[in-house]
Write a protein that binds this ligand. Structure first.
Ligand SMILES: [Zn+2]
Ligand SMILES: [Zn+2]
Length: 323
């Protein structure tokens, strides 16, 4: 079987959403081109500094590898967080990640929940269980990761924070926000992010139009070694996301390209809504830590979780929203 693109090399991959059979080189080039196109659309290509949030998983490696091909590596800086999950955060993966980034010419900054927040994720969860809080590990993890990533972005004076979210992640989140009717979250989600607080570094997702199977294949073809251990808290993952993911896979299987079309349609709609929707005020800031929080709230979700878990001084109890 000959590659549909170069018509010389042997094809090794069938790309269902285009119907093309591609060789290794043409497939890798196709991904790079599509990431570059999205990065240009998001207008990040000429920025001074971009912070890459890297977990060491395949998507973060693909993110660093593709971006460094059209943005000078000196303008990229990688950021890795050790959440403090026993058996999951392994030094050998961070070491591999660091070596790999070094080859690309990208500096890596390392951080951790324990150093920055005062508690590892395991400790937060243990405390919350003692208080019989029914909050999943992913809720703690997601909130504090966002906070640390944003703070790192400010510290290195980054114009943007780039994450490795792929097309599958993006469409799942869109459908979940639709189901929940979360308008603010939904419109903040388009390809050009909406600023809601001067304290947020703009977040961009250059891989948002690349299928998850494509990032896996890219990592595999490039011979990357990455963190493949599943997070031990995986069973606590929100079940709605799992259901939405399964549904979307079925649709994609029946009609390849469905996810891509949903995202493109969504970008168009969100663009139109953004023009109509004026945010008159900035988000309020948490009275404890100063991070932006949802309108009508005095404290942020992260501080609320720490208070409810008994990990903050008693006097802060008064700030808890009534639930
Ligand atoms: Zn080819
Ligand atoms: Zn706070």
């Amino acid at each position: 079987m000959i590659c549909d693109n170069c018509k010389t090399r042997e094809a090794v991959i069938l790309q269902p959403h285009t119907g093309r059979k591609l060789c290794k080189e043409c497939f890798i080039e196709d991904i790079r081109k599509r990431v570059e196109m999205e990065a240009r659309k998001q207008e990040i290509v000429n920025s001074n500094k971009i912070l890459l949030a890297v977990s060491g998983g395949k998507d973060s490696l693909v993110l660093a590898d593709t971006l460094s091909q059209f943005i000078h590596p000196s303008r990229l800086i990688a950021f890795n967080i050790n959440e403090g999950i026993k058996g999951y955060n392994r030094n050998e993966y961070v070491k591999k990640l660091e070596e790999y980034l070094k080859d690309l010419g990208i500096e890596l900054i390392k951080s951790g929940f324990k150093e920055e927040v005062g508690f590892s994720l395991d400790e937060m969860l243990e405390a919350s269980l003692k208080k019989k809080l029914n909050v999943s590990a992913c809720t703690f993890c997601g909130g504090f990761r966002r906070k640390l990533i944003n703070e790192a972005g400010i510290k290195v004076a980054a114009d943007y924070v780039a994450t490795g979210h792929n097309l599958d992640d993006e469409v799942q989140t869109i459908v979940i926000n639709l189901i929940r009717g979360d308008l603010l979250r939904l419109i903040r989600f388009g390809d050009k992010p909406l600023m809601v607080s001067s304290k947020f570094v703009m977040r961009v997702k250059p891989l948002r139009k690349i299928y998850e199977w494509e990032t896996t294949m890219y990592a595999h073809l490039k011979g990357f070694e990455f963190q493949e251990t599943e997070c031990p808290y995986i069973s606590q993952k929100p079940t709605l996301r799992a259901k939405v993911r399964d549904l979307l896979y079925k649709l994609e299987e029946k009609k390849p390209g469905t996810l891509l079309r949903i995202l493109e349609q969504f970008d168009e709609i969100s663009e139109k809504i953004k023009k109509e929707y004026r945010l008159t005020n900035e988000l309020p800031n948490c009275v404890i830590c100063g991070e932006p929080t949802t309108p009508g709230r005095m404290i942020c979700k992260n501080c609320e979780l720490l208070i409810r878990s008994g990990l903050m001084p008693q006097e802060y109890q008064k700030y808890l929203p009534i639930s």
